[in-house]
Design a protein around this ligand. Structure first.
Ligand SMILES: Nc1nc2c(c(=O)[nH]1)N[C@H]1C(S)=C(S)[C@@H](COP(=O)(O)OP(=O)(O)OC[C@H]3O[C@@H](n4cnc5c(=O)[nH]c(N)nc54)[C@H](O)[C@@H]3O)O[C@H]1N2
Ligand SMILES: Nc1nc2c(c(=O)[nH]1)N[C@H]1C(S)=C(S)[C@@H](COP(=O)(O)OP(=O)(O)OC[C@H]3O[C@@H](n4cnc5c(=O)[nH]c(N)nc54)[C@H](O)[C@@H]3O)O[C@H]1N2
Ligand code: SF4
Ligand SMILES: [Mo]
Length: 713
């Protein structure tokens, strides 16, 4: 039997009004608490790698967490948590959560004691050290939790002697490197400032799913009369939720659009002459490039009507202040860095930098200065160093010599599901003798490992969540409850391993001692102590609401550099350019494959609960679907040069006919794994994964899903 329309609505697009569904407001919580003194609030923060880093207030009664709510002491994230924030309670006590170390013997996992697990790791690491440089160990980490103390993992591996460190970016790296060339640092306005904007370009960003606390501010801006334009090859929930104008460039062509907009702005003399004269260098070089990209040319490249390009350019050139909310989707291409440089230039030539309601808001590195990097990185302790770029980690593992990779240690990451080219990654895992993963659940990566260590959930341990891109609040995370059954923090795991390996440069400190040392720059700057943080979320000084309001740019010229010698020295173009991406639809692979993030899950994490009886969903334009004889609920095989994936078809009129979309995150063990379709490829700028530069084909399959077994027959 073919199951039709069985898609649980949790894993498909949701209308915006349901975002806050099920969320109990803090005001309600307070009222309850005041009438019942047996309840206690504990302050913590959501450690998921999301734009928002919400402050959370947990209500505890008789040693049990009874509810979580947003803590309005952080006014940016306020009273409401998203569905994932609310779900932390169920996730902490999830029946599939791991509580004991698990070792693989003869292909299946069995529980072992902590003593045996730690002794095994210590013995393996000591053996490797005797026979190879310590870089024979590869530490693969990423973004599973943003807690500051998670970084102790790096300190541990440095104290060991220095391992092969995973570097490069799967996330925001190309754009970050671009903004370093342009501005000297990556800074954003606090998201609340968008209410002062009269025009907002939401460019390759989808806050309605990926950072929902931007949405109320965007709605306010709109109510105050701001023009809002969403630039995205697909109609995202953001453009729908804001009823905003939507412009759909062909994937990977945004630099042509931005340069053509600059062309119009320069040609019609809408530039800010004073701002350019005082704060911009390299304008003439940029002007020459922009003038060579006419709106006619850009129209052919991007597929957007010439008149639309001219109109949007005129709006952006005349309405001030105008803000760009730049997302990470725009730079998941081999030309991603140049794209962000072209968009940055729009902000610079119109003088929209350093002013209320302006900015080219991407990421925010201002909190980096508040941390003592050496405490967590232990870089000075390393005897050996080697880097493994994540966008080709599988290839690296398979080809590494001097030394080969003898051990893989995975922390807060799920590379089998989330990194590129899954079949190669599976081979790479098989190639390594001993793989250890620390995770709360038996993920695809844990399954491919030899030893899996569980660890405490953030509600069970101490940490600090630093300010993210959209606000300046730092939040101390107090342990809300004790883990039951007991499971250790990662700090405990590294401390115990350090003891067993006589690593004296990994001190046996408790969490607060590490935080005192690691946050010393913050405390020196502010006169605060850890106690100040323990009282609830606090706004960090020195992280301005308006980025660049002092107009001091830490570039070589101390100006915004539209022409960057540093970029040239690093092997890139000196000025923003449009270079076509390499992937182009062909007869064999007629679609671009975009694999964006879904509201219901943080990457792969909440796909833990995707029903067994469900396949991943491929979203397809209705006309194309008809051409392929596909209707809603059919099964289709999506194929690319690196793999295939069977999906359930979701047909929609408002999808761009050139694009198919499958959300990232669906587990392989649950018949997902979209990264099977995506080759290991990257933007050299920022060494950044070019996930969306993928083409694919779609064909109907007559397979059926066995509802009981969840198997595809
Ligand atoms: N619910 C949820 N929230 C998340 C995450 C999650 O997994 N789930 N992940 C977090 C993380 S780690 C990150 S990096 C952020 C990402 O946050 P966002 O940048 O907002 O999200 P993405 O899904 O990467 O992409 C944003 C948009 O870029 C569009 N896009 C794709 N190609 C192009 C292009 O060529 N040009 C233009 N203009 N747009 C394009 C996509 O269609 C998508 O709608 O979200 C964070 N928040
Ligand atoms: N096709 C495609 N692939 C993508 C993307 C895309 O847009 N398209 N986006 C990319 C982006 S932007 C990113 S940031 C990456 C994310 O890549 P990953 O960080 O690998 O993704 P997650 O699925 O969040 O996996 C994190 C793992 O950490 C675990 N975890 C959570 N908390 C803790 C903890 O406290 N300790 C430990 N040890 N583990 C913990 C979770 O259970 C989960 O298994 O994915 C990338 N992959
Ligand atoms: S996932 Fe993001 S929006 Fe949701 S609770 Fe966590 S920080 Fe807040
Ligand atoms: Mo990311």
């Amino acid at each position: 039997m073919t199951i039709k329309n069985k898609v649980s609505d949790q894993f498909i697009y949701k209308p915006i009004k349901s975002i806050f569904k099920g969320c109990e407001s803090m005001t309600q919580m307070k009222n309850k608490t005041f009438s019942d003194s047996s309840k206690q609030y504990v302050s913590t923060a959501c450690p998921l790698d999301c734009w928002d880093s919400c402050a959370i207030s947990a209500t505890v009664e008789e040693g049990k967490i009874i509810s979580l709510a947003g803590n309005p002491s952080n006014p940016v994230t306020g009273e409401h948590l998203c569905s994932k924030g609310m779900h932390h309670l169920q996730r902490r006590t999830h029946p599939k959560r791991l509580y004991q170390p698990m070792i693989k013997r003869n292909g299946s996992f069995e529980a072992i004691s902590w003593e045996d697990a730690l002794t095994l790791i210590a013995t393996k690491m000591n053996d490797i050290k005797e026979n190879y440089p310590t870089t024979a160990v590869l530490h693969c980490n990423y973004a599973g939790s943003v807690g500051l103390l998670k970084q102790l993992e790096t300190r541990f591996f440095s104290a060991y002697g220095g391992v092969t460190t995973s570097t490069g970016s799967l996330c925001a790296g190309a754009g970050q490197q671009a903004q370093l060339y342009d501005f000297g640092k990556v800074l954003s306005h606090e998201i609340s400032d968008v209410v002062n904007s009269k025009m907002v370009l939401i460019w390759g960003r989808n806050p309605s799913e990926t950072g929902i606390h931007a949405m109320p501010f965007l709605k306010t801006a709109k109510e105050k009369g701001a023009q809002i334009v969403v630039i995205d090859p697909r109609a995202s929930l953001t453009s729908k939720g804001l009823s905003a104008r939507h412009i759909a460039p062909k994937p990977g062509t945004d630099a042509a659009l931005a340069l053509a907009m600059a062309h119009v702005i320069i040609h019609e003399d809408l530039i800010d002459h004073n701002f350019i004269a005082s704060h911009v260098s390299g304008y003439e070089d940029f002007k020459a490039i922009a003038l060579s990209m006419t709106p006619e040319m850009a129209s052919v490249i991007t597929g957007i009507e010439r008149e639309t390009i001219v109109e949007i350019a005129r709006l952006y050139g005349t309405i001030k202040p105008a803000c760009i909310l730049l997302g990470y989707g725009v730079q998941r291409y081999t030309n991603g860095g140049d794209t962000v440089r072209a968009i940055d230039a729009l902000g610079a030539i119109t003088g929209n930098i350093g002013i209320e309601g302006g900015g080219v808001n991407y990421n925010n590195a201002s909190a980096d200065d508040l941390i003592e990097d050496e405490v967590f990185s232990g870089k000075s302790l390393r005897h050996f160093e080697r880097n493994c770029p994540r966008p080709y980690m599988a290839d690296f593992i398979l080809t590494a010599v001097d030394p080969p990779v003898k051990m893989l240690f995975v922390t807060r990451s799920n590379p089998i599901t989330q990194f590129m080219e899954t079949s190669k990654m599976v081979k790479a895992f098989n190639h390594v003798d001993f793989k250890v993963t620390i995770d709360h659940f038996m993920t695809d990566t844990a399954l491919a490992s030899d030893l899996v260590l569980p660890c405490a959930y953030f509600l069970e341990t101490t940490d600090v969540v630093m300010p993210p891109a959209v606000h300046s609040y730092i939040t101390y995370c107090s342990p809300v409850v004790q883990p039951d059954p007991w499971v250790p923090s990662e700090r405990w795991i590294y401390s115990e391993l350090a003891k067993r390996m006589a690593m004296h440069t990994f001190p046996q400190w408790d969490s607060n001692q590490w935080l005192e040392a690691g946050l010393a720059p913050l405390f020196q700057k502010t006169g605060w102590s850890l106690q100040t943080l323990k009282n609830g979320p606090v706004k960090c000084p020195g992280i301005g609401t308006i980025a660049w309001d002092d107009l001091k740019f830490p570039t070589p010229s101390e100006r915004i550099e539209l022409s960057s010698e540093k970029a040239l020295t690093d092997g890139f173009e000196q000025t923003a350019v449009f270079k076509p991406i390499k992937a182009e639809p062909t007869q064999q692979y007629p679609f671009f494959l975009i694999t964006p993030h879904i509201g219901a899950s943080l990457h792969s994490q909440h796909f833990l609960d995707a029903p067994d009886t469900q396949l991943p969903i491929v979203y397809l334009n209705d006309v194309k679907a008809t051409e392929l004889s596909l209707i809603q609920g059919d099964f289709a095989e999506v194929f690319s040069e690196t793999g295939t994936l069977i999906c359930e078809v979701n047909v929609s009129k408002d999808l761009n006919p050139e694009i198919v979309t499958i959300h990232e995150g669906w587990w392989l063990q649950n018949k997902g794994g979209v990264n099977k379709l995506i080759p290991e490829q990257y933007s050299k700028m920022g060494m950044h994964a070019a996930y969306y530069e993928t083409v694919c084909g779609v064909r109907k399959v007559n397979k059926q899903l066995d509802e009981r077994k969840g198997a595809v027959l």
